[in-house]
Design a protein around this ligand. Sequence first.
Ligand SMILES: Cc1cc2nc3c(=O)[nH]c(=O)nc-3n(C[C@H](O)[C@H](O)[C@H](O)COP(=O)(O)OP(=O)(O)OC[C@H]3O[C@@H](n4cnc5c(N)ncnc54)[C@H](O)[C@@H]3O)c2cc1C
Length: 381
Amino acid sequence: MKARTRVAIIGAGIVGLMTALHLARRGVTDVVVLDRAPALLLGASGRNGGGIRAQWTTAENIELAKRSIEQFERLARDTGHNTWFRQGGYLFLARTEEQLSNLRKAAAFQNAHGVRTRLVDADGARRIVPPLSTEGILGGAFNPDDGTLFPWPVVHGVAEEVRRRGVEIVLNADVVGFDTAGGKVRAVVTSRGRVEADHVLLAAGARSPSVAALLGIDLPTRPQRHEILVTEALKPFFDPMLVDLSNGLYASQAMRGEVIGGVSHPHVDGHSQESSLAFASTFARALTRLLPQLTGVRALRQWAGSYDLTPDARPILGLAGAFDNFYVACGFTGHGFMIAPMTGQLLAELMTGGKPSLPIDGFRLSRFAEGDLAKESMVIG
Ligand SMILES: Cc1cc2nc3c(=O)[nH]c(=O)nc-3n(C[C@H](O)[C@H](O)[C@H](O)COP(=O)(O)OP(=O)(O)OC[C@H]3O[C@@H](n4cnc5c(N)ncnc54)[C@H](O)[C@@H]3O)c2cc1C
C-alpha cells in the first residue's frame, strides 16, 4: 500500500468503487480503496437482489436512479464485463385501495420526472406476467425501463476497470483510526499501515457508523439483516421484478432461469448474516401465492446481508464532521446498488471541486438534527 494518496476511499463495495471509477474518468487515479474484507463482494454489494428501478417517491431518489440506469445501460461496454442487465421492468402489485392510491400518486410524480411508469389493472398485470395469479390483486404500476442485473460482474468489472486505470484496491485493510490536524483528516490508519490523503471518503456500508465514530462523528444509521433466496433454474417465464406491496415480496427471474427474491418478515437488527427457516417459508408462501406454478420448486441457496438503514430511508452524502476533506456515503437502506453509479459521479464531482450535477443538499447529514426529513416510502424487502 502506498504511503500517500490524493483520495482514500474506505470500503470497496459498489459505492466506493463507483466513486473510484468516476474519479478515474476525471483523471484522478491517485486513489486507494481500502477494505477490511479478504475479498470483494462480502458486503451488501455481493449479497443483494440486483433490482434496478426508478419507481421512487422522492425526487432525489428518482433522479439518482434514472441517471444510474443510463449508466448501467453502458456499463457492460465500458468495463468489458457482461452485467446481465435486463430491462424487463418492475411491476408493483396492490391488494388494497390504499396501496393502489399510493401507486397512483407515485406514478404521477414519477411521470413528472420523466419516468415511464403506467398503471395497470389486474388483467393488465397478467398481460405483463401471464402466469401471475391475480386473485386479490386490484392493480399495479409498471415501468418498462426498470430491470435487474447480476451484482457480481458489476463489482468485478468496475474493480478491474479502476485497477487498470491505476487505482489501488487494498484488501484486508481494516480502518482502525485517523490522524487529524488543522480541520482536516490527514491520514487513514489501517491494520496494514497508514496512508496520508488529501480527501477521505467513508463508504463502509452498514459498518460506517463505527468508522465515523473514530472521528467523533455520529451517524444515525443502523444495520439490519435482510435475507434472500435463489431457486433452481427454470425455463425463463417472466421478465419483470415482481413486488407485492401487501407483504414486501420481491422476486425476479435471472437470465439463467433462477428465481431470486426476498420478503418482509421480522428482520433482525445487527450484523448477523445467518439464514433462517422462518424466512424461507415466508418467502415460499408469498412467492407461490403470486406464481402458483413455483409450488414444489427447489431452493438452491439462501443467504443474508445488511440493509444500512437511515431514519428517512434516504442516504447520507457529502462532507461530515468538523473536517473540510472528509466525506460520507452511506445509509443506502435496500437500494444502494441501483443508485451507486450516479452517487459515485456526484462524490467524484464534489471531491474534484466541481459542482455536483444534481443537488445533494437533501442528503446532508445535518438534516437529522434539523428534523428536515422527507421519508422515502417505496422501500421493499
Ligand atoms: C438482501 C439484500 C437485498 C438487496 N437488494 C437490493 C436491490 O435489489 N437493489 C439495490 O439497489 N440494492 C439492494 N440492496 C442494497 C445494496 O446491496 C446496498 O445498498 C449496496 O450494496 C451498498 O453498497 P456499499 O458500497 O455502500 O456497501 P457494501 O457493499 O456493504 O460495502 C462496504 C464495504 O466496506 C467495507 N468495510 C466496512 N468496515 C470497514 C473498515 N473498518 N475498514 C475498511 N473497510 C470496511 C466492507 O468490508 C464492505 O466491503 C440489498 C441489500 C441486501 C442486504
